[in-house]
Structure formats: C-alpha cells, structure tokens
Design a protein around this ligand. Structure first.
Ligand code: PMT
Length: 413
C-alpha cells in the first residue's frame, strides 16, 4: 500500500493549504504535491514570511493551480470568485489545513485577527480547520503558544501534534513538522470525521502468523499485510475507531491502534480481547491452521536432522469460529467478516466457510492469480453473503477495502 492509495476520500475535494513562515515550508511543498497526486484540488495561501523561504511558483508548479498571497489579489486565473478572495477560497472547501503553523499564525488565529489572507480566510471559511504547528521546542512548550493551541482545539480545530527530534538549529525537542505520510494520514482522519462508521469500533487483522520451530526459525505464509492495512485505512477514512492486530511489518495507517502479534495463538488472544466491545471484526490475516507441537527451546542443530527431521504439527484455534461462538451469547461484534484464500472452487469453498464460521460477509480471493491475493497491490475478490454472490473487477486493495467497508457500514445500520 502506498500512502496515496484509497483516494476516494480526497478525490476532487478542494483543500486550502495555508503556509506560514517556517523552515518547514519546503516540506509543505511535498505535502501539496502528494495531496494533488491523490486527486485533491489544493489552493495554497502563503503569508509574506512563507515567501521568504519558498516562492509561490514552487507551490503553483506542484498543484497546477493559482497560489494566493494577498487579500487584495483580484485575478487568480483559476476561476474562483477572487474579487473577494477569502470568501471565494473558503466556499466549497472540504478542509483548511494550516501547515506549517508558526507561533505567530496560531496567535493570530486564536484571537481572530484578520490582517492577511491566511487569517481572514480562517474566519470566513465554514469547513473544518486543521493546524500543524512547527517551531522550536522551547517556543512550542511556551504557555502562550499552548494556550493558543488549546483555544483552537476547543473551538473544533484538528491538531496535528508536532514530532520530537532534531531542529534546523541543532537543538532537540518537540516542535518538528511531521513527515508527509503522517500529515496525509491526519488530513484523512479529519476528512473522515462524520463518515458512515463514525462512532464505530472496528478490529482488523492483517499479515501471516509466525509459528516458532525454535528460537530462530518459524513457519509462515506469503501474506504481506497489504490487504489488512488497506482495510484499516478504509475504516479510518469512514470515521471508525480502528484497532489493527498485525504480524506484518508495514507502516501502520495514521490513527489506528496497533497491536503486534506473532503466532496464531497470540492473534487469537488479542482478537478475543479486542472484539469484546467492537462493532465489527474483519479477519484479513492469513492464520496458520497448524503449529509445531513443541517449539525447541534451543536452536535445532544440523546434526539433529542427519537422519531426517520430522516436525509434529498440531491444530491452531479457529479464531473466527471462536469469536462467532461467543457472539451467540454476547451479541457482539455485530458484524463478522472473513476472508477465504482459495486456489479453486472459490465460490463453493467461500460459501461453505461463510456458513461454517457463521459470518455476515465473506471476501473470497483466488490466490492462484498473479495479480490477486498474496503480496500484490491489486486484488480480485468475490463478496459472498447468505443471499448473494458478487464478483468484483480487478482493483487496488485500497478500493477492495472501500467496498468491504461500505458493506460493513450497511450491515451495521
Ligand atoms: O496480506 P496480503 O499479501 O495483502 O494478502 C491478502 C490475503 C490473501 C492474505 C487476504 O486477502 C486473505 O485472503 N486473507 C485470509 C487468508 C486465510 O487465512 O484464509 P483461509 O481461507 O485459510 O481462512 C478463512 C478465514 O478464517 C480467514 O478470514 C482467516 O483469517 C480465518 N481463520 C483461519 C484460520 C484460523 N485458525 N482462524 C481463523 O480465524
């Protein structure tokens, strides 16, 4: 999965990017570029101080749109009603992101100043405001700055906390402008507020489990975790609170609570615990059906296998079946989604799994295809429910996930 996958949430959305005077402006150029690549329409407003670091031409080149620098600008060339620029920019915008936001900008926003285009647009716009402060750690910790941040958050602004680390000054502390993937993740989370899974708790499992043979070796499978991570991102985009239980090493989506596991037994224990109060469980993990009956305490030596090495396997618990059995008594999670990795008779095996594991929806994928199933960025799935079989075209795992999440939302209403 790349961070610009699953772009439906951003595609065609107009985002105002307010850029203020910080050395981090160069990173805001990358943010503007990546947002544009997702399909968002990015209108950049630069303060005078921001233009000391980067010129409007740079932002215009990556967004392909006019860049706004003055309240008195009347001709943008972009078709916006810019004779009253601040009103025209705010109108129809999905989000106003101020990144990087300096201490000065935060103070002006908190106190409702309207002396430049960036500040006056914040007063005129009706869309949610996102602030990404960036400054020296001592400045960020100052009570005046913290009070301004608090005021903005209390008023409904979405705060992207700065990172801790090294500053251009050579000092260390909290105040660094986050990297683009985190910024995009936070912007997605802000846009996802009020989505069709708002207030819902969704647990997603991802990756292939690892069954230990000895302290250095394990049995696993080809699952990369891409499908599960894309599902977690799609659930976040829909406004859900997401717990991702994973044995994969991918970078998790912004905003997910991540629980790392290794074996099927660990996955079982975490899933049982996390689904007690969940609305939905989506099991995309490739769970080993068997594990070595006893993992060797010490590394198995070559000599021990001279006459051939036999590994005794025993069954792992069926996690979905265990959650479904508990649901009979507790009623939750209300929605159970399983996957089926099949190489033949995909629909028949899928229908059998749906019934045996007492699921609401089963996502069957043909893992013998080169462009679907394990490790690929695309998947070709068949959605199987008690009364329907719906084959979907080949599409990105992000788009498969959006479709599955839509079904989960429907099942929950
Ligand atoms: O991770 P990727 O590289 O992106 O690949 C994605 C995928 C192919 C792994 C994914 O799309 C997928 O098919 N996941 C399910 C793999 C699997 O274990 O299928 P299964 O047919 O063996 O199991 C059926 C269902 O029961 C699955 O939801 C599985 O999570 C669950 N199961 C299986 C065994 C077990 N002991 N407990 C379970 O709960």
């Amino acid at each position: 999965m790349t961070m610009t996958d699953g772009v439906t949430l951003l595609r065609g959305k107009r985002i105002i990017l307010g850029v203020t005077g910080s050395i981090a402006v160069y990173k805001a150029v990358d943010l503007a570029s990546k947002l544009t690549q997702t399909g968002a329409l990015v209108d950049v407003i630069m303060t005078d101080a921001a233009q000391k670091f980067v010129t409007p031409l740079t932002f215009g080149a990556v967004t392909g749109r006019a860049v706004y620098t003055s309240m008195w600008q009347t001709d943008s060339g972009s078709g916006l009603p810019t004779h009253i620029a601040h009103v025209g920019l705010g109108e129809g915008a999905a989000l106003y992101v101020i990144a990087p936001a300096t201490a000065d900008a935060l103070a002006r926003l908190a106190h409702g100043f309207a002396g430049d285009l960036l500040a006056v647009t914040a007063l005129a716009a009706r869309c949610p405001l996102v602030i990404a402060p960036a400054m020296d750690a001592g400045m960020y910790a100052h009570p005046a700055v913290q009070a301004n941040v608090r005021t903005l958050v209390e008023r409904g602004a979405y705060l992207i906390e700065p990172d801790e680390g090294r500053f251009a000054s050579g000092l260390h502390g909290k105040g660094r402008f986050p990297e683009t993937p985190a910024l995009i993740g936070a912007i997605r989370a802000a846009l996802g507020r009020g989505g069709n899974l708002e207030g819902r708790r969704v647990v997603v499992t991802a990756g292939g489990t690892r069954e230990a043979l000895d302290p250095v070796r394990y049995i696993t499978n080809r699952s990369s975790g891409k499908q599960g991570y894309a599902l977690a991102q799609a659930a976040l985009d829909a406004g859900a609170q997401v717990t991702l239980i994973t044995s994969a090493d991918l970078h998790p989506p912004y905003g997910a609570d991540v629980i790392r596991v290794g074996s099927a037994q660990e996955l079982h224990d975490a899933t049982m615990r996390e689904t007690i109060r969940a609305d939905a469980l989506i099991m995309a993990a490739a769970v080993a059906d068997f594990r070595p009956a006893a993992a060797a305490e010490h590394k198995i030596k070559k000599g021990e296998g001279d006459a051939g090495l036999t590994i005794q396997l025993e069954r792992n618990p069926d996690i979905l079946a265990a959650v479904a059995a508990r649901r009979e008594r507790s009623g939750s999670p209300r929605v159970l989604v399983g996957f089926a990795a099949e190489s033949r008779d995909v629909v028949a095996y899928g229908q059998e799994k749906l019934a045996r594991k007492r699921l609401d929806l089963l996502v069957a994928n043909d893992i013998s295809a080169v462009d679907a199933g394990f490790e690929t960025d695309t998947n070709r799935v068949i959605l199987i429910s008690r009364d329907a079989v719906e084959p979907l075209d080949l599409m990105s795992k992000a788009h498969v996930s959006e479709t599955v999440i839509e079904r989960v939302a429907q099942l929950l209403t």
